[in-house]
Design a protein around this ligand. Structure first.
Ligand code: NDP
Length: 391
């Protein structure tokens, strides 16, 4: 029987890599829902190519454009945030969560209600609402598979191991576009420069987040939430070659490393085929040819996002949701040319400080409604901070 699969964020970088794997063995899958945003040509073409039951754009205003593109195909068309939730409730054995940003949270929670497998590329889901998401998975007997390459690597290193024997988890970071830049040049880094990653081919937003290390900051919080380890058990190591994705240190001193070419189809394929390991169309590493792998400790002056991640984990409660939303708002402003590269961290830090005292982030109850409210409020606060030039 073909497996029923849905892909949220199908038109993005992770979504397209997922479809690449699925399209290699079309008889093995029934594509239920594909979702996208503005890229209607891609969404419609993939829906037809893979015989999807439903295609959904997250924007109400694009409904007619998508409907026109799919007229006569028999593919159902829907648009808007509610349509994403509805699509997440269509029966599927395996769902890919690859929407960018906090917008991935609600569809992910709905997909978990169905009690099947949610492959989680959308790290914001765990950053914003980790305990709620894990509770939802447990309540509905659903499986949450990590897709971030570092978290997939940790997951794989833990197979057959007892989490209580883990001393530390080390996730690696390429260091992003500016790892070798002198600090005094960073303030003038342009959008084009920040949008070019040395090793990985990813969506623009996560590429910029890699340059600022906000991506790694989100991943540190994701590690804390997913693997239930304390903040001081998590380390970040700058590894410019991006071949070692993560390492797990056990209490006997052993360190298990996961290596692979920087190609997200590895982690996606692992989540798709789990518990089996199927052949994947990824480059095989030739370590002799590589010769050397290098590692260094991250510089928290260069990368203030890492310090902020530790602050967020110490705060707990709704701090993750506020942190992510402020970061998304600051990133919008950087992309729009309204603030400089280094100001993104200043905006996030100022937003957290203000909301910690005024909005009681730490002590608020963690519910989905509260997370969504704080998400909106943090965007407003971050915008106010930018408008009043407090940064
Ligand atoms: P992209 O920007 O490439 O794709 C994002 C997808 O989400 C697109 O399908 C986009 O539609 C859709 N989308 C955009 N805004 C919304 C919204 N408001 N509501 C619903 N859908 C929306 O992102 P990536 O594929 O790079 O990243 C996706 C997720 O995976 C992120 O959480 C990222 O952190 C994570 N991740 C990504 C990795 C990578 O290699 N790219 C690696 C590890 C994790 P459209 O393009 O049609 O407008």
């Amino acid at each position: 029987m073909p497996r029923k699969v849905s892909i949220f964020g199908a038109t993005g970088s992770i979504g397209q890599s997922t479809l690449d794997l699925i399209a290699r063995d079309p008889s093995a899958y029934d594509v239920v829902a594909l979702t996208g945003g503005r890229n209607l040509d891609q969404l419609a073409a993939d829906a037809v190519r893979l015989g999807a039951k439903r295609a959904v754009t997250c924007y109400d205003s694009h409904y007619h454009d998508l409907k026109n593109r799919l007229s006569g195909t028999g593919i159902e068309v829907a648009a808007g945030a509610n349509a994403l939730e509805d699509a997440a409730m269509m029966p599927a054995d395996w769902t890919m969560s690859a929407i960018i940003g906090a917008a991935g949270l609600v569809p992910g929670m709905r997909a978990l209600e169905q009690g099947n497998t949610l492959a989680l590329a959308n790290k914001e889901t765990l950053v914003c609402a980790g305990p709620l998401v894990l509770e939802q998975a447990q309540k509905h007997n659903a499986t949450l598979m990590p897709v971030d390459s570092e978290h997939s690597a940790v997951f794989q290193a833990l197979v057959g191991e007892d989490i209580s024997a883990v001393e530390r988890i080390i996730i690696t970071a390429s260091g992003g576009a500016f790892r070798d830049w002198p600090m005094d040049k960073l303030a003038n880094a342009t959008l084009a420069q920040a949008s070019s990653h040395p090793n990985w081919d990813m969506g623009q937003r996560i590429t910029i987040d890699s340059a600022s290390m906000f991506n790694k900051a989100l991943e540190v919080i994701e590690t804390h939430e997913y693997f239930d380890v304390t903040p001081d058990q998590i380390e970040v190591l700058v590894h410019p070659e991006s071949m070692v994705h993560a390492l797990v240190g056990f209490n006997d001193g052993a360190l298990m490393a996961h290596l692979g070419a920087p190609d997200m189809r590895h982690a996606i394929g692992y989540a798709l085929n789990h518990p089996n390991r199927e052949k994947l169309p990824v480059e095989r590493l030739d370590l002799a040819k590589l010769g050397a792998l290098t590692f260094k400790a991250p510089d928290e002056v260069r990368y203030p996002a890492l310090r902020l991640a530790r602050q967020v984990m110490d705060m707990g409660g709704l701090a993750g949701a506020a942190f992510n939303a402020a970061k998304e708002r600051a990133l919008d402003a950087f992309i729009a040319g309204d603030i400089g590269f280094l100001q993104m961290a200043d905006v996030v830090e100022a937003t957290l400080a203000q909301m910690s005292s005024a909005d009681g982030l730490e002590n608020a109850t963690l519910s989905l409604d509260n997370v969504l409210q704080i998400d909106q409020l943090a965007r407003v606060r971050a915008a106010e901070i930018m408008n009043t030039s407090l940064v």
